[in-house]
Each structure stands twice: as C-alpha cells, then as structure tokens.
Design a protein. Structure first.
Length: 127
C-alpha cells in the first residue's frame, strides 16, 4: 500500500495546527488568548518531531528513500530552528503575556536574573 507525500504533509500540517490550538487549552479567560510566538515555534518543532516519528513507523508505506531522508533532514532543521527561536526570545515587551505567569525565571540561572523582583512570594512568612 503506497500513500502520497501530499497526504503525509496534510496529516502533519493538520496535527501541527491542532497542537497549536491545544496549547491554548490551559488559558482560563478568553481575553487571555493572544498570539504567542513561542507557542507557534513550539507547535512547529512538535510537528517536525511528529513527522519523523510517523515516517519511522510508516517507512515502508512511503518507499522513496531519498524523499524520506529529505523529510527527516528537513524536520531536523525545523526542530533545531524552532528550539533556537523559542529559546532565544528576549525579555522585551510582549515576552510575558501576563505578569506573574512568566516562565523565564524557571529557565535561567539565578545570576542571570537582573532587574526583576524575584523574591519568593512566601518570603518572610512564618519567621
């Protein structure tokens, strides 16, 4: 059974769009749903990972070895680019959608946290 690469691309594209939408499922208020560059990069590299995994399971269904290798290499480039872009965003305006929900303090070393009040909310409680 052979399948077309167009159908494979449609499956990956559809699933990537669905994953992008699902990333907003944790938003509690509709007015908090705004465009997120980070979420778009994450959806792209998740879709690329999914392309590699799906192609790995269906390698015999798509018999053109050169095209398959090209898809894997291309997906690898998308993964690397998406990770780089998602991780290299600055702390400028728009980085934090809502104050208090900024994940960046979690992914930085304490010495890199400048210009922020990052004291734990419970500091001084119970002393």
């Amino acid at each position: 059974m052979k399948m077309s690469y167009g159908r494979f691309a449609a499956m990956i594209g559809t699933a990537t769009l669905i994953m992008f939408g699902l990333m907003y499922s944790t938003v509690y208020a509709l007015d908090h749903v705004t465009w997120s560059e980070t979420r778009s990069y994450m959806a792209l590299y998740m879709g690329a990972v999914m392309a590699i995994v799906m192609l790995g399971f269906m390698w015999k269904v798509y018999p053109n070895r050169k095209t398959n290798v090209g898809i894997v290499i291309g997906a690898g480039v998308v993964i690397a680019g998406g990770l780089f872009l998602a991780r290299s965003q600055g702390d400028g305006p728009g980085r934090v959608i809502h104050e208090g929900h900024d994940p960046s303090p979690l992914d930085r070393h304490p010495h890199q946290r400048k210009g922020r009040d990052l004291r734990p909310k419970g500091e001084g409680v119970g002393r």
